[in-house]
Design a protein around this ligand. Sequence first.
Ligand code: S3P
Length: 172
Amino acid sequence: IPASIRERSIVLVGLMGSGKSTIGRRLAQRLGMRFADADDEIERAAGMTISDIFARFGEAHFRDGERRVIQRLLTGKPLVLATGGGAFINDDTRALILESSLCIWLDADIPTLVDRVARRSHRPLLKDRDPGEVLRELAAVRNPIYAEAHLRVSSASTPHEHTVRAIMEAIA
Ligand code: S3P
């Protein structure tokens, strides 16, 4: 891996369950770069869970905080950053990511995504809904936008280790 790869942040985008956090952490380890998870950083900055932010202040407020947290993270030393699935869909956040990083879309089929999304406190969009239905709706709207990422790597059905290797080969 050429040293120049480490001079630019790598940002992972894609739907819930595409493996952004797990793959991002391993990729960072492999590259000797810092790793951050935007969802965790937002929860830390706000002092509450993402579900609570959605419930108390609404999604628009969350998106605004998300953009500010991502902007802060991308201003520092280069890192590998896992974003929440909706971050790249926000026009301002997407522009920021595209201009300041190497952006990779982790793409997987719906059944794979459904297998991976447990109902967790940071996924209010899945609350009381069928995850497959939500993910199909989101994929229809979002996939054309994720396609604006610099690279697309499949994270479907294979162990995450394969995806990490595919990314390493793609950026080498
Ligand atoms: C969201 C995805 C979540 C989290 C929030 C909204 C989305 O992150 O940011 O619940 O809009 O797709 P993950 O992609 O890590 O699940």
